[in-house]
Design a protein around this ligand. Structure first.
Ligand SMILES: [Mg+2]
Length: 368
């Protein structure tokens, strides 16, 4: 008679478990589910999931863009406050945003998953539903492969490929003294969402539609994919970055790369309507949330003053996206400052580092 451990006797192994775990279906079972959930490969995919590598066709006249970013459980998300669909959506969205910030179009993604053996398989199904939803929303990003490994917590590590016409590529290092600083959309929404997700009492103090707006931005960011592409096509944008780590940090990155300083006018910042009530309820400075809060995934860019009218008009017409001038690039010696009520302080000072994306480290971004 085979030996049966005390543990196994106490909890017999389920054969047709109602909620199977990753360890129950095994690597091959999981791979079959993932292949199915990834959807059909696009026409430019020669080899998709199931071989040693994927093979894709790249148009000869375009540059390939490659980037990577991971979401780590209890660093970037919590299973208690985010659904697996949210995590899948966001894992793809943050990478697509980086491609858009170069003026490019996202095409394909590889998903490397690290999973605890006791994770319910339905969680993985949900993750892929979110990945697919973003892939479709982004105009058809192909999920063409990845890797599976066992770990203590969930890690969703995405590598994304995109492409861009060489003349439409926008880097961080082209801002010039006198250029305007422009940002799309609004600021501070995702940071407000993080505050509200972390504290139910504060959330109950904010008007429900505004609270929902903030939380949605934190859980399911909407990267500016069309706007990034159109801005690249204008060939007038001199530098661009997506706002993943907050205005202060990301604008500092453009300044550093371009060898310029900047002067931001606080009164011009498009602070999201959900920021003021959230800041009031949480006893925070709304400006700190708007300037220091990460994960808005808006685009921040430099424009020559003579180009602003035409570029911002085209952006609005073609993508229904507003661009707001929030300041001007100045000589490097003048530093990076924000002016509020006539007083100026260094951009990057203040309490804002608390509201940056959890676990984000300056300079740790893929593609740098
Ligand atoms: Mg970026």
């Amino acid at each position: 008679m085979p030996r049966v451990s005390r543990r196994a006797r106490a909890r017999p192994r389920r054969t047709a478990a109602p909620d199977p775990r990753v360890a129950d279906v095994g690597e091959l079972g999981l791979l079959a589910r993932i292949t199915e959930a990834s959807g059909p490969p696009g026409p430019d995919v020669v080899v998709g999931i199931g071989d040693d590598t994927a093979a894709v066709r790249v148009p000869a006249d375009r540059l390939s863009l490659v980037t990577t970013d991971a979401l780590v459980e209890d660093v970037h998300f919590r299973r208690r406050t985010s659904t697996p669909e949210d995590v899948g959506w966001k894992a793809l969205a943050i990478n697509a945003s980086d491609i858009a910030a170069m003026g490019g179009r996202p095409r394909h993604a590889l998903v490397s998953l690290m999973l605890p053996p006791d994770l319910p398989v339905v969680w993985v199904d949900g993750l892929y539903a979110g990945l697919r939803a973003m892939a479709v929303a982004a105009g058809g990003i192909g999920l063409i492969g990845g890797n599976l490994a066992q770990a203590e917590c969930v890690v969703v590590d995405v590598t994304m490929l995109g492409d861009v016409a060489p003349g439409c590529l926008v880097r961080r290092d082209g801002a010039r003294v006198g250029d305007l600083v422009v940002v799309t959309g609004t600021l501070g929404r995702a940071a407000a969402g993080l505050v509200l997700l972390d504290n139910t009492m504060i959330r109950n103090m904010v008007e429900p539609t505004l609270a929902a707006r903030a939380v949605a931005a934190q859980r399911r960011p909407q990267p500016r994919l069309g706007a990034g592409r159109v801005l690249g096509e204008t060939r007038a944008v001199r530098a661009m970055i997506d706002l993943s780590d907050g205005l202060a940090l990301d604008l500092g990155r453009i300044c550093e790369a371009s060898g310029v300083g900047v002067r931001v006018d606080a009164a011009r910042l498009p602070v999201d309507p959900c920021v003021l009530p959230t800041a009031a309820a949480a006893r925070l400075d709304a400006l700190d949330l708007a300037v220091g809060g990460g994960e808005d995934y808006e685009l921040l860019f430099a424009l020559g003053p003579g180009d602003a009218g035409a570029v911002l008009g085209r952006l609005e017409r073609e993508t229904d996206t507003s661009g707001v001038v929030i300041g001007r690039f100045v000589p490097r010696e003048e530093g990076c400052t924000i002016v509020r009520d006539g007083a100026s302080r260094a951009l990057g000072e203040g309490g804002w580092t608390h509201f940056r994306r959890r676990g984000a480290r300056p300079g740790a971004e893929g593609g740098r």
